[in-house]
Design a protein around this ligand. Structure first.
Ligand SMILES: Cc1cc2nc3c(=O)[nH]c(=O)nc-3n(C[C@H](O)[C@H](O)[C@H](O)COP(=O)(O)OP(=O)(O)OC[C@H]3O[C@@H](n4cnc5c(N)ncnc54)[C@H](O)[C@@H]3O)c2cc1C
Ligand SMILES: C[S@@+](CC[C@H](N)C(=O)[O-])C[C@H]1O[C@@H](n2cnc3c(N)ncnc32)[C@H](O)[C@@H]1O
Length: 649
């Protein structure tokens, strides 16, 4: 998907004090009030609350989030219903979101002040992303897409039960009601889905009918004589692509996860949010206790002039990482800081950087272009080069973040340490994990490989993922080392240096070399890290490499520098003739076998969003990642790449 800058709404009020859009020359809701319309047209019109009762999950999709009144009314009705579904997912697409200040103003006299306050508190940065917001301990999930409905609908991965069609009037805002928008709605409809709108325009009704809905008129309220209601009754049931099918074990809802690093623990956390329990199988017997700060790492987004796949994925992931790291460091005992990251830019001028941001329309609460003097003030270091400032970035103690995700996964998640998985075996439609002697350690219908490079071995070499192992070393020295000046926040750019860590430690790194299996600290790597530190901080610590500490580790990296997420391709099925393999979503999958690996040097940034995306693929919940990005990280993408090359002229 090609992104476009998000243009915020200009919120006006008409003579009666009703929120008004001059851009569209229309009101946000009828004079009779937003809540009456939400209840009568959108809730009652879609058979709610009755239809969500006793269900595990119910999915609403709205066109036009506006002030969020329909969302707030729906959330309120869900809360008030003792027989509500376990999880309410509300997806909404908005081309001109309100600024936070306008949202505050719009809800200053809200009928639902507590809920409106929570929405305001979580209101995201106005970037062209799918933003995930979580309320009521995650039981209400709001996916907010900022951009045009026609661009976003084909990008939504969800099976929707009820549509709230709430654009401005079709004669003032025809783009929101065009046939291709309504057809895209039909493609997202679950069995028995319904749609409701206050508009009775003939074009809307015929568009819905063409999209596979049976359309009828019903009496309106609040000054509207009639409204339009519709039920999805297609002549042909649309077939879902293999990678978009949920795991076929709704009753059990239990996954085995191999590997309890940040990827595995994040998957357990994300699955728990969808009502699944997990058993984590980890070969290491104990958590290694390091000196404080040793495993601290940085996280932040990136900027790219084309806003291509990497930039979009990293931005979406960094926004999500910010939430989980903030939640983690709020608790005592977890070291970290979400106070921004500076990334030094050696190849550009501050003016060129600012022009890039203006062209992309990226907001200042996501990224800023700073001149050297500003970057110096912020970091407390004498910096001369300009820098990107990511206000939502930071650093965290990685094992503490992992432990925090595990704790948040709850008591239905079990961690079995000292459990190396030697092999996986398919038996009676289930996966068994075996130890080296061939004994079954655990079994379930669903298994997730979150064991970094070893995932390749467990799929038996059947899938040819181009993964590499990259050796890395960090360097530690006392913060009091003569000549050393540390920044007030992490500074990156060909290496990184963190602010002073607990225990008076300084940490910089990290090298990235071809793996040679050597776990020993190397003096020359310390020297390389100190050279990076000197470049980044303009300071020269008086420290001999032979006195320094550090850590050696391995990163699992895919050759296109993106993680591997999703169902594992079914290699036997790939041999069937006539398959369409050019797009990852059509690649056949092995039942119940999933992977989350290749987190490269961005495990902290990628873990939360990657895990949430995988959990949605497994559980069938709406995906927090858009279709084109889900394809870009799909575990089947390399099969498609080969297929495309084979058919290229
Ligand atoms: C020097 C260095 C510095 C880094 N700095 C940063 C940074 O600043 N920011 C950042 O975001 N990232 C950083 N990274 C990268 C980050 O560490 C990784 O992205 C992250 O650890 C990947 O997490 P993972 O859970 O996929 O893999 P791992 O952490 O490797 O976890 C995989 C787990 O699976 C277990 N396992 C493997 N095989 C089996 C099996 N057969 N059975 C059972 N268990 C098994 C392993 O014991 C391990 O616990 C750095 C990496 C290195 C090496
Ligand atoms: C009637 S208002 C929605 C009111 C909202 N549902 C509420 O509960 O407050 C219509 C919304 O559609 C948005 N909109 C207009 N054109 C759009 C488009 N092409 N794509 C997405 N949203 C659009 C407007 O910015 C406006 O916020």
């Amino acid at each position: 998907m090609k992104t476009a800058p998000v243009v915020a709404a200009t919120l006006d009020y008409d003579a009666d004090g009703v929120p008004f859009s001059s851009r569209y020359n229309d009101r946000y809701h009828p004079r009779s009030g937003a809540f009456g319309q939400a209840r009568h047209v959108f809730l009652k019109g879609n058979g709610l609350p009755e239809r969500w009762r006793e269900r595990e999950r119910f999915v609403v999709l709205e066109t036009g989030f506006g002030l969020g009144n329909n969302f707030l009314t729906t959330w309120d009705a869900w809360r008030a219903d003792p027989r509500r579904c376990d999880r309410l997912h509300f997806i909404s697409i908005e081309k001109h979101p309100l600024s936070r200040a306008d949202l505050v103003r719009a809800h200053s006299a809200s009928r639902l002040p507590a809920l409106a306050g929570e929405l305001i508190r979580q209101w995201p940065s106005l970037t062209p992303n799918l933003h995930s917001l979580h309320f009521d301990a995650g039981r209400v999930q709001l996916l907010l897409a900022f951009g045009d409905v026609a661009d976003w609908l084909p990008e939504i991965v969800a099976s929707v039960d009820a549509f709230f069609l709430d654009g401005f009037a079709p004669d003032r805002n025809p783009a929101m009601w065009q046939p291709r928008v309504l057809r895209a709605i039909g493609r997202l409809a679950a069995d028995g889905a319904t749609a409701a709108t206050w508009s009775v325009a003939r074009s809307v009704q015929s568009g819905l009918a063409t999209a596979g809905f049976e359309v009828r008129r019903e009496p309106g309220s609040g000054g509207k004589r009639e409204i339009t209601l519709a039920r999805f009754a297609p002549r042909f049931a649309p077939r879902r692509a293999p990678s978009r099918l949920a795991a076929a074990s709704p009753a059990e809802r239990h996954a085995l996860i191999v590997g309890a690093g940040i990827a595995g623990c994040a998957v357990a956390w994300a699955l728990a949010a969808q009502g699944w329990r997990s058993t984590l199988l980890e070969c290491l017997p104990i958590v290694t206790s390091d000196p404080p700060g040793r495993r601290a790492g940085v996280f932040h987004g990136i900027v790219n002039p084309q806003d291509g796949t990497h930039a979009r994925f990293n931005r979406a992931a960094a926004l999500q990482a910010q939430h989980v790291v903030c939640a983690a460091v709020e608790r005592p005992g977890i070291d970290g800081q979400v106070a921004g990251v500076l990334r030094i830019e050696r190849d550009g001028t501050n003016e060129a950087m600012q022009a890039q941001l203006d062209a992309l329309g990226l907001p200042a609460d996501y990224v800023q272009a700073l001149a050297g003097a500003q970057a110096s003030r912020m970091s407390g270091l004498p910096l001369t080069a300009p820098a990107w400032f990511y206000p939502g970035g930071g650093w965290v103690q990685a094992p503490a973040l992992t432990a925090s995700l595990l704790r948040r996964a709850g008591t239905d998640t079990v961690l079995r340490r000292g459990t190396p998985i030697a092999e996986l075996r398919r038996h009676d439609d289930r996966w068994q994990s075996l130890d080296a002697s061939g004994s079954v350690l655990a079994e379930a219908a669903v298994v997730v490989l979150a064991n970094a490079f070893d995932a390749l071995r467990l799929v038996g070499g059947a899938v040819d993922w181009p993964l590499h192992c990259v050796r890395g070393q960090t360097t530690e020295l006392p913060a009091s080392t003569p000549g050393l000046r540390l920044p007030l926040l992490p500074v990156t750019g060909n290496g990184y240096v963190l602010p002073e860590l607990p225990g008076g430690m300084a940490l910089c790194g990290a090298t990235a070399d071809r793996d040679d299996g050597d776990p020993a600290l190397r003096l020359r790597d310390h020297d390389r890290n100190l050279a990076h530190l000197a470049r980044l901080t303009g300071s020269a610590p008086d420290a001999a490499a032979s006195t320094l500490a550090g850590r050696v580790g391995w990163r699992c990296v895919a050759d296109d520098k993106l993680p591997l997420i999703g169902a594992v391709p079914d290699v036997q099925a790939l041999l069937r003739p006539g398959l369409r393999l050019d797009q990852p979503r059509f690649v056949p999958r092995a039942a119940g076998l999933y992977v989350f690996t290749a987190l490269a040097s961005r495990g902290i940034t990628w873990a939360a969003l990657g895990a949430q995306s995988l959990a949605s693929v497994i559980s069938g919940a709406p995906c927090p990642l858009e279709a084109s990005l889900l394809d870009a990280v799909d575990a089947g993408r390399f099969v498609s790449r080969v297929a495309r090359r084979a058919t290229a002229p």
